[in-house]
Design a protein around this ligand. Structure first.
Ligand SMILES: Cc1cc2nc3c(=O)[nH]c(=O)nc-3n(C[C@H](O)[C@H](O)[C@H](O)COP(=O)(O)OP(=O)(O)OC[C@H]3O[C@@H](n4cnc5c(N)ncnc54)[C@H](O)[C@@H]3O)c2cc1C
Length: 433
């Protein structure tokens, strides 16, 4: 029997592919980050706004094949809210939406950078701040990339590594010039079109996979993992299960804590892995169409405590009661910090006030509100990340525990990559189809 720790998207994909397995999930319902709130006719993905896309056609096909027919295909209409303007996303493709002086500044800095790079006068970037400046020039970095990244990661970009971005190619020079002149260009094109379930939110994906699993034990928090003569014993809350093979998709720091062979230096490495938590504020609006936007990024603190506001009612018309719209604000924080500990009323009030001030939502039209908190949301690639994570992965692999998924591997993986990771592992350990 195979034990799969964690019943998020990764654990459920594994469970659906491995017939001789049990998925163990601490929450009362599986789904992890891919769960949706369905209440009073409103649907929100409370683990953050989720859209279905991939830059790898076979991965996208795999996700779509699980979901079947009831899907909506959308074209992205995304903006960055900057000094009272809506700038086309990505920022470097929306330069003509900036005030003329700032547009000029971005273009000139970009061209100077390219000239300097061609002459070999710019050193290779050593951290995320330098990487943004190296790729986009100082003006685009200063106006958007640096404040936005600081807001989402809650760590200065100069304290972050580039492992997760270093493969992103340079923006084409022609596109930056076109963007500055106001000639339409698109960036990040593999996400230009995206899919979304017609009904039920992103949880439809995890519900479908859950239906295909042989066995799911929900409401079971893994508290101890130990090795036995021919496998592993997993226990918690007075219950235990024995497995020949163990796969962990629970956060790597949590696994290091519960595995009884983790040595002290590995516990320290696990404690030093950084991650962000998430607060989502969900609003139902008594207005048939507040806008036609997919989502908006908010790099500046003065424009709101949230880094992004998405509009689920524009993903699928079936996410709201008839004649209504919806907004979800995402706020990055650390578990138990001042933001996390704000009351629900304070959070809702702060979001409503900012959205009202920015002209996005009329505060008086809000008829529904909910707040949710998620502990593990984003892996933070600080400068110690690579050293800590590689030691821990090596240790767990030496102990025979397979790691899979976003927090299982502790890597910035989207849904397509998690499902692919699970599929590869299922094939490798056998029994997977
Ligand atoms: C804000 C946000 C927006 C996102 N948007 C997108 C998007 O638009 N498109 C996209 O493709 N991807 C998106 N993602 C990424 C996507 O959510 C993840 O890739 C995917 O959900 C990860 O699944 P997982 O199963 O690996 O992890 P998780 O969903 O974190 O699952 C881990 C599971 O382990 C359980 N667990 C933890 N500890 C224990 C324990 N001790 N015992 C038992 N169970 C335990 C947890 O309860 C959880 O259910 C987004 C992520 C975030 C945070």
């Amino acid at each position: 029997m195979i034990g799969i720790l964690g019943g998020g998207l990764t654990g459920l994909t594994l469970g659906s592919l491995l017939p001789e397995s049990i998925v163990i999930e601490k929450e009362d319902a599986p789904g992890g980050l891919c769960r949706s709130l369905n209440e009073d006719g409103y649907t929100f993905d409370f683990g953050g706004s989720h859209i279905i896309f991939s830059n790898r056609p076979e991965r996208l096909q795999f996700m779509l094949s699980v979901l079947g027919e009831d899907l909506v295909k959308n074209r992205r209409n995304t903006k960055i809210y900057y000094k009272g303007r809506f700038v086309k996303y990505p920022f470097e493709n929306g330069l003509s939406d900036l005030p003329l002086e700032e547009n000029f500044e971005c273009l000139v800095e970009f061209l100077k950078l390219r000239l300097k790079r061609a002459r070999g006068e710019v050193p290779e970037p050593a951290n995320l701040k330098e990487w943004f400046e190296y790729k986009f020039g100082r003006a685009i970095a200063r106006k958007y990339l640096l404040p936005y990244n600081e807001k989402i990661w809650r760590v200065g970009p100069e304290e972050m590594g580039t492992e997760w971005v270093s493969r992103i190619p340079d923006p084409p020079l022609e596109d930056i010039i076109k963007s500055s002149l106001g000639i339409e260009t698109e960036g990040y094109v593999h996400q230009l079109e995206f899919y979304y379930p017609l009904r039920g939110g992103i949880q439809v994906l995890t519900d479908t996979l859950a239906d295909r699993c042989r066995s799911i034990r929900s409401g079971f928090e893994v508290e101890h993992v130990s090795r036995t003569q021919d496998g592993f014993r997993v226990s918690g809350g007075g219950e235990s299960h024995d497995f020949q093979t163990l796969i962990s998709t629970i956060p790597l720091p949590a696994l290091a804590r519960v595995f009884d062979e983790t040595p002290a230096d590995m516990v320290t490495a696990a404690r030093d892995l950084r991650f962000n938590s998430l607060v989502t504020v969900m609003l139902g609006i008594d207005d048939p169409k507040i806008n036609d936007l997919s989502w908006v990024y908010f790099p500046r603190r003065e424009d709101g405590i949230f880094y992004r506001a998405s509009f689920p009612s524009n993903y699928s018309p079936e996410t709201t009661p008839e004649g209504k719209s919806s907004v979800m604000a995402e706020i990055s924080c650390f578990r138990d910090d001042d933001t996390w500990n704000l009351s629900d009323d304070e959070l809702v009030d702060s979001v409503e006030t900012s959205l009202h001030k920015n002209g996005i939502v009329d505060k008086d039209s809000v008829e529904f509100s909910r707040v949710m908190r998620t502990e593990y949301a984003y892996v933070v690639y600080d400068l110690e990340y690579e050293r800590n994570v590689s030691r821990l992965r090596k240790f767990m692999s030496g102990a025979g525990i397979e790691l899979c998924g976003r927090f299982g591997r502790f890597e910035y993986l989207n849904m397509d990559a998690c499902m692919d990771d699970a599929r590869e592992l299922a094939l490798r350990i056998g029994g997977g189809e």
